[in-house]
Design a protein. Sequence first.
Length: 127
Amino acid sequence: MEIKVRCNEINCHSCCEETEMQLSERDLKRLEKLGYNRSDFSVREDGIYILKNVNGKCFFLKNGKCSVYKYRPLGCKLYPVVWDLERKRATLHDFCPLTNEIDKKVLKRVERILKKHIVEVFGNINI
Ligand code: SF4
């Protein structure tokens, strides 16, 4: 499952800059299968792995493009749909300039997948 957004068309990769994208063990293993070590592309903060930035950009962003696009973390695939921890539901991240192109039905469809992902990332939390 992934959300189709026109990032490449408008040459936008703002969400890949100063990223704090959280990674599940599944994401980490998928990327490690490409030959990377998790310490190459991620940092651990408060027990959670997040993507590493190099010079303010995601480790995987090369020449304005995601170099692991097909294998990118689930959170990247579902962006700009994000999990609102306070409201306990999926929501659109205002930071993305293309959120108005996302159908509300898509948001609903993604919610279950995103919730499962968040539980995988954070462990047994009440969401
Ligand atoms: S993994 Fe790819 S899509 Fe995700 S933040 Fe990095 S460059 Fe962007």
